[in-house]
Design a protein around this ligand. Structure first.
Ligand code: ADP
Length: 426
């Protein structure tokens, strides 16, 4: 019998045995049998022509087929498949052909399998090296980004601190002159200027402290009764001046749930709402509208802050809640709290998220994208639980743990007093 005939003769058993073992061992893959049929056809061509290049295309496909997940989890080893194919071919040959035909067949195909193995290992290695180097590139980019953020932060923080300092410096110098000429009225207005500078400095330093508290899970909440409508009234009062100076309209709607008494840290919640609303003013051109709305959901209150501003690109939507996520945009930087596009140190939203999450809530943004001409606007959604008891989740957690420990101790102690017995009713 020719080698070609032998190959034809064992084809059905080979196909059945190899697909059964490999489809099971490697996870059933769609088209796996088709792949084996193709491999077998090419193997026959190789035997007939004596040219191993026939198998190259399929080996190339196999060597480059591992997916990202396969590579990350270290599974899917193509050389393993070729090794098993070799072993199974020997088994099927032994079971199907006589010794002579079997030996001749194996003498012809084993060198082809060995060649295939070396080719596939090379292709597989190429895939793995490409995967590792793309991972390395990604890590390097992340490191570079971190480094950029770090130096940007230093420059923005220095700038943030310098503005109020310059203000204080200027006013105090003028005060010294005034005192010398003792003009009481002017001193009063200068003192106000000094105060503004001090206030701004305090806000920046407070923000830095808040971020570090949130970062280290040290933000403690002072739970007390809160009404959202009350917080929104305060907010409306505080923002009145800024809204008027920017010729904007601030619409605050009453909604179901805004008058509900819930428990939360009112100061922190106010801070969070203020950050989002002040941003809405900042990133909306003069004449725009900021609308605060909300609704009651089962177990939650949702507050939305919608503006008709410049919007946020998809890329930035993913980073604005990250610390210094926006620092790359030093072009948007300004120390004005409500000046158009007056970006700050990029700490407001991370702090807001930290506060909302500490309450067991969540915050996200929706925007059709950044466009300073079409002004697609943004909507920030704040969702937090309508907690009706004054318990801090951390305290609940602590007491839950404490209760568990107590019960464990009690069980252990009762075990000591009453030695184990075989009587289940004892
Ligand atoms: P910043 O001090 O820079 O305002 P935030 O953390 O408060 O820092 O906001 C982060 C970034 O998110 C801003 O720099 C801005 O690019 C973007 N952003 C926040 N709110 C809005 C909004 N309402 N419209 C457009 N962009 C916004």
């Amino acid at each position: 019998m020719t080698i070609q005939d032998s190959l034809q003769q064992i084809r059905i058993q080979w196909m059945e045995r190899v697909s059964r073992e490999l489809a099971r061992g490697e996870g059933v893959r769609v088209g796996f049998v088709e792949q084996l049929e193709r491999f077998y056809d090419l193997l026959e061509q190789t035997v007939v022509t004596g040219d191993t290049a026939w198998l190259d295309p399929i080996l190339y496909d196999w060597g480059h087929s591992p997916t990202e997940t396969n590579l990350e989890q270290g599974e899917y080893d193509v050389s393993f498949i070729i090794n098993r194919i070799t072993a199974l071919t020997i088994e099927v040959t032994r079971d199907t052909l006589n010794d002579k035909d079997g030996l001749e067949l194996l003498a012809a195909v084993i060198p082809i399998f060995t060649h295939s193995l070396s080719v596939v290992v090379r292709y597989e290695m190429e895939t793995r090296v490409a995967h590792i180097s793309s991972e390395l590139n990604e890590t390097q980019e992340k490191l570079q980004e971190l480094d950029r953020n770090k130096s940007n932060f230093i420059s923005v923080a220095a700038h943030e601190l310098k503005t109020p300092l310059t203000l204080i410096e200027g006013y105090t110098t003028m005060m010294v002159d005034m005192v010398e000429q003792s003009d009481q009225l002017q001193i009063n207005s200068l003192l106000k200027g000094v105060n503004t500078g001090i206030l701004r400095l305090r806000q920046i330093i407070d923000d830095m402290i808040d971020v570090s508290l949130i970062d280290n899970n040290l933000l403690t909440l002072n739970f007390q009764p809160v009404w959202i409508s009350h917080l929104l009234n305060l907010l409306s009062n505080e923002l009145k001046k800024a809204v008027a100076s920017r010729k904007q309209t601030l619409v605050i709607n009453q909604f179901e749930g805004s008058d509900l008494m819930i428990y939360g840290d009112s100061e922190r919640l106010y801070q969070a709402l203020n950050n989002v609303a002040a941003n809405a003013i900042k990133y909306t051109p003069d004449g725009g509208t900021i609308t605060i709305n909300g609704r009651l959901l089962p177990g939650f209150i949702e507050i939305t802050v919608t503006d008709t501003g410049i919007g946020i690109s998809l890329k930035h939507q993913a980073t604005i809640f990250e610390k210094f996520g926006q620092l790359g945009r030093t072009d948007l930087h300004s120390s004005g709290k409500t000046k158009f596009k007056g970006g700050g140190a990029g700490l407001g939203l991370p702090i807001t998220r930290g506060i909302i999450e500490a309450h067991g809530g969540t915050i996200w943004v929706e925007s059709e994208g950044y466009d300073e001409v079409k002004l697609k606007g943004s909507t920030f959604h704040i969702l937090f639980p309508t907690r009706t008891e004054a318990t801090d989740p951390l305290i609940t957690k602590f007491f839950g743990h404490f209760e568990q420990q107590k019960q464990k101790l009690e069980t252990e102690n009762s075990g000591k007093e009453n030695p184990p017995t075989n009587n289940p009713s004892a």
